[in-house]
Ligand binder design. Structure first.
Ligand code: C2E
Ligand code: CA
Ligand code: CA
Length: 730
């Protein structure tokens, strides 16, 4: 196949820029095609023989029409064209070729010896003219030179095509580049700038032409830019730097930033003598990257939710403050602040509300602090405050009081108002420690102590707390293994109905027989178990044990006996509490009415549908549900409507104060409420005969307390069932 000039001249167009340049010079050995157009058949044959060479091939024809036919299908390097042909003169073919801008070289061969014919042929585009008769060597020379010429021309065409393509390619790349690309003259003014300037900075290219580059630089970076661009200091290898460029006004109206951070690479333009004549510049928008860097820094040192410093930054500031306090022999305070009942808010109202509350608390606490103090969030509901310069420990107390004051107004959460309280532990430098870590830990221990003794308060660290703390950790470890080690036992306290003079039920109360410390009070280890997430397992064990015991007693003939079991609020987080209880009574063949589950008022406070629905389900399944310690917490009659409980247990603090029917408006009120709602009433903590009598007079017949019996072991309780204590017969 010959070289295919006509077909493969690249047609410039966007897509062809990046395509390899199609036209190639003829490779050595490739076929060079020659067309012989002559009506003299023997001559055509002679010619092709005479001109034959390796790599050449010949077509021939006898008239213009056939020649055109062949030319329309093939490309040739050379045409040997007779002047006079049967259908027209060779000039017609020359015109045909010219019109189509064909690349074939043409040698006109003619018997016409008139010079006009030669001139006419050359004028019509022939490359050479050979007059008949000719010497074969003469023709060979003409052919060689014509072919040589076409090769040159083609190379030439190819070169300029490549140049054009390359030019277009580079222009295309520059003009559509995502970077700002420009050239500056010696005076530092733009003499080329790509269109990116419009989207990046909001200026038109035209407006910037011949303006100084530095007019785009923000004032803060101006000195730096000017020193970089000074031609005498410009290094031949160029520079890279970061600068901020000003945006045009148009962009600002969109609320965009006033400047764009760019990384700028500059390379001097040199002439033959290596003198600087200008500068190439490429500027890349790195504002996104800058912002990301800022965010990362922010994230490393600040809390995302409250935008307060985080633990890391706090530690930094504390260490600095300690160093300064050491130098000036000063005093500083670290205050550990923990939000009380925060988990309740989170569980009850959801995380969004919880987050809003934390932000609100952060704001209010911040407002009580002085400049120079630091409030940081350690995570969860824990905050920490640094007062870097106080004159005496009592100054910290002043701040604490301001914080309590600031929190005294309830927060408006979207469902209800919430009065947040906090527990604060304070450690003082140098009294309570000299290192950042130590001070923080001691403030934490003091805070923890407040939590244990009822929350909503503050306390200074004192070194005896440290040992308590260690004991607590030891206790935690022991509690984890108590169940496995069989260290738990259930005690039972009778509930008596004085109107019938009999024991109608027992409350199951958990006991932990610690191998070293003896009996440990449930008031101590139950909250610990809740905190450690062990309560679910423990409650299950209690239920199992209580049901087992009740089944034994029923088997012994105490058919109407009931069993009260205490549940923790965490048991209600366990979705399947109903399943667990139901399964338990089924296995022990107990009717649901024989089981009463005791829940506390604070659980009802958790206003979410979940708890209410579970109480309703338990009641629907036939279980009794009692509100324990009624009257102490957030009692509201509205809860009683929402939670269809069966029993109220009057808290023993009201019983303690009971001296005669007139002296107890609260117990009277609770009795009235129970009647109004059709609820059973149990008075607990009855220690004296007079209390029992007063309760009866008020209309409360069911009681529980030391007056009748202390909680006792299963065998002890079995004994009471057989022979009730005397007091029951009152
Ligand atoms: P609670 O449910 O209010 O239990 C009644 C507490 O009052 C018991 O304390 C009982 O021994 C005590 N008590 C009974 N009669 C009198 C009296 O006449 N005077 C006085 N001062 N106290 C009396 P205990 O056994 O130490 O239990 C303390 C708390 O621990 C219980 O309070 C209950 O909230 C929790 N608890 C006990 N067992 C369990 C359990 O199995 N599961 C759960 N979740 N909590 C339990
Ligand atoms: Ca109870
Ligand atoms: Ca109680």
């Amino acid at each position: 196949m010959g070289n295919t000039i006509g077909k493969i001249m690249p047609v410039p167009g966007k897509s062809s820029f990046l395509a390899p340049i199609a036209e190639k010079p003829p490779e050595p050995g490739a076929t060079c095609r020659i067309l012989i157009v002559d009506d003299d058949a023997p001559l055509r044959h002679t010619l092709s023989n005479a001109l034959s060479k390796t790599g050449r091939s010949f077509d021939d024809c006898s008239n213009i029409a056939d020649a055109i036919f062949l030319l329309e299908r093939n490309a040739y390097e050379l045409i040997l064209l007779d002047y006079l042909l049967p259908d027209a003169t060779g000039l017609v073919l020359l015109d045909w070729l010219a019109e189509r801008r064909r690349g074939e070289a043409v040698i006109m061969i003619s018997g016409e010896d008139a010079i006009e014919a030669a001139i006419g042929a050359l004028r019509h585009g022939a490359d050479d003219y050979v007059r008949k008769p000719y010497h074969i060597a003469q023709l060979q020379r003409a052919v060689e030179s014509a072919l040589h010429k076409t090769t040159l021309e083609r190379a030439n065409r190819l070169m300029s095509q490549r140049l054009r393509d390359s030019e277009r390619l580079h222009r295309y790349l520059v003009e559509s580049a995502p970077d700002l690309i420009f050239t500056l003259d010696l005076a530092g003014c733009f003499n080329y700038i790509n269109p990116r300037v419009e989207s990046l900075l909001g200026y038109s290219r035209e407006a910037l032409m011949h303006c100084p580059f530095v007019s785009l630089v923000v004032p803060e970076d101006l000195d730096h830019a000017q020193s970089l661009l000074a031609p005498d200091t410009l290094s031949s290898t160029g520079f890279t730097t970061e600068l901020r460029l000003r945006r045009g006004n148009g962009e600002l109206q969109d609320g965009g930033m006033a400047s764009v951070a760019v990384s700028l690479a500059g390379l001097p333009i040199l002439d033959d003598q290596h003198r600087v004549t200008g500068l190439y510049g490429v500027a890349r928008d790195i504002s996104e990257q800058k912002r990301a860097e800022e965010i990362i820094t922010f994230q490393a040192y600040y809390d995302q939710l409250t935008h307060l410093p985080n633990r890391v930054l706090f530690k930094d500031r504390l260490e600095l403050a300690i160093a300064q306090a050491q130098r000036r022999m000063g005093t500083l305070a670290v205050m550990f602040v923990d939000v009380d009942r925060f988990k309740l808010v989170n569980d009850t109202f959801g995380h969004a509300e919880g987050d809003a509350l934390l932000r609100g608390i952060a704001l209010r606490i911040s407002a009580t602090l002085r400049r120079g103090d630091t409030l940081a969030r350690l995570g969860g509901d824990e905050f920490i405050i640094l007062l870097p310069d106080i004159s005496q420990p009592e100054d910290a107390e002043t701040t604490v009081n301001k914080i309590f004051q600031a929190l005294s107004t309830p927060f408006n959460l979207s469902h209800s108002d919430f009065r947040a309280t906090v527990s604060i532990g304070i450690a003082i430098f140098p009294r309570d420690g000299t290192g950042a870590e130590e001070l923080t830990r001691h403030a934490d221990i003091a805070m923890y102590q407040i939590k244990r003794s009822g929350k909503n308060g503050f306390r200074f660290f004192d070194s005896s707390l440290n040992t308590h703390h260690r004991e607590r950790i030891a206790l935690e470890n022991d509690l984890r293994s108590a169940l496995e080690q069989g260290e738990f036992e259930l005690y039972y306290q009778p509930q008596v109905d004085l109107s019938r003079s009999r024991i109608i039920g027992t409350e199951a109360l958990l006991r932990w027989k610690h191998p070293a410390h003896g009996f440990i009070n449930p008031a101590i280890f139950i909250p610990l178990a809740e905190e450690l997430g062990l309560i679910g397992e423990i409650s299950r064990w209690v239920l199992e044990q209580a049901c087992h015991q009740l089944a034994l007693w029923r088997h012994d003939g105490h058919r109407d006996l009931r069993m009260s079991v205490n549940l923790s609020s965490h048991d209600f987080d366990n979705r399947n509490i109903i399943g667990i209880v139901t399964d338990c009574i089924t296995r022990h063949d107990l009717p649901p009415t024989s089981i009463e589950l005791e829940i506390t008022e604070s659980m009802m406070m958790r206003d979410d549908a979940g708890v209410a629905a579970k109480v309703r389900q338990l009641r629907a399944a036939g279980f009794g549900v009692a509100i324990d310690d009624f009257g102490t917490g957030y009692s509201a009659l509205a809860y009683l409507q929402k939670f269809p409980v069966s029993t109220l247990k009057i808290d023993r603090s009201f019983i303690r104060d009971l001296e005669g029917p007139q002296t107890s408006p609260i117990v009277s009120a609770i009795v009235a409420i129970a009647r109004g709602f059709g609820l059973q009433l149990i008075a607990e903590g009855v220690e004296q005969r007079t209390q029992a009598e007063t309760l009866r007079a008020l209309g409360c017949d069911i009681m529980q307390g030391y007056y009748f019996a202390y909680p006792g072991s299963a065998s002890q309780a079995t004994h009471w069932l057989q022979a009730p204590p005397e007091a029951v017969l009152l």
